[in-house]
Design a protein around this ligand. Sequence first.
Ligand SMILES: Nc1ncnc2c1ncn2[C@@H]1O[C@H](COP(=O)(O)OP(=O)(O)O)[C@@H](O)[C@H]1O
Ligand SMILES: [Mg+2]
Length: 396
Amino acid sequence: MFLYGRTRHYGDTMPAEATVADVESALRGVVDPELGADVVELGMVRDISIAEGVAAVGIALTIAACPMREQIESDVIRKVTALPGIDRTEVSVTAMTEKQRSDLMSVARRSAREQAAPTTVNPLTRVIAVGSGKGGVGKSSVTVNLAIALRRAGFKVGLLDADIWGFSTPRMLGVDARLEAGGDRKIIPARTSGIHLVSTGLLIDDEETALMWRGLMLSKAVEQFLHDVAWPSDIDYLLIDMPPGTGDVQMALARLLPQAEMVVVTTPQKAAQKVAARVADMARRSYLPVVGVIENMSGFTAEDGTHYELFGAGGGSELAADLGVPLIGQIPLDPLVVGGGDKGSPVVEDHPQSPSGAAFITAAARLIELVPPAEDETCTARIAVLMEQLEGRPPS
Ligand SMILES: Nc1ncnc2c1ncn2[C@@H]1O[C@H](COP(=O)(O)OP(=O)(O)O)[C@@H](O)[C@H]1O
Ligand SMILES: [Mg+2]
């Protein structure tokens, strides 16, 4: 039997070429939206094989005509193709036999009953970690503006500031509320600009407490934010502003949130691109599929229309090509980004039509295409009927 979460342990690394076991680990990040458990745990994964860079994965669905089929298929393809050495993934879908379905139902029921979930984040919430090799490339600005753009597109958005002592999202979103605990003693995220925000910046009041946090293991703090925070269950996207560099937070995320994926931010500079590539490599080793690259500070257009490539050009697309992932967006250098961050109102909120505002909105749209929200429309009703039948009870 598989336990909830990952079987991989802290510090494990992945070889250059993914193995069948690696594919299986990646598939633990694919959650059946209906049953709220991953496809490996549910026994939906059939034969896995790898030959010459092509991974073949068999998936048995509860019902072949399930509307979830497309989402599960595309998730499988995305997660498996993100592994090193895999260029293409072929998914063959079959329907389960009645016996297999009843086995699956008992696994699903047991997992629902045990609720051994290590976090309060709904498995259906899409989790996008925004990372970069080093500070100052605009990771937090990108996270905050993507969050607002996703909210403007009609989604419920959460933001976890995992930059535990370098936090900047409260300032960027203009919030100075303190986090409070609810009835169940779990921390309630602050609501700001329609975003559910959690950050150490909303917990600490003075330097002394800041110092206390400094002694804390980063990954432990992030674990607490995933465990002790009452993340609303209807959040479509949870964005995570990652601390620069460190691999342990990435590993903690991969372990705690199997659905987590990563967007890598870089600048057009060659140097930045190299550091970003290291981060992407670390992400892969800890099973965070890289969704794509965002190039920030890509050029500056002066008022007279002259375009200056202050930090060089091409870093984003080169990195994306190296990683075999799409370039999700290019955000120009724009004083409005700085101004928005300083006065607590991100550029996408105040100037959605400015060049940088529009670029963020386009990037968010591309991200939604690549990582579509988990669908609401499910075959739950059908499954419920099925479960009743399996238990020999008449449907209520
Ligand atoms: N596209 C941009 N144009 C102009 N300034 C930017 C842009 N992106 C970020 N900045 C500025 O660069 C600085 C660093 O950005 P920040 O988001 O804090 O980076 P990080 O989180 O990677 O350390 C901030 O002052 C921010 O306002
Ligand atoms: Mg930052």
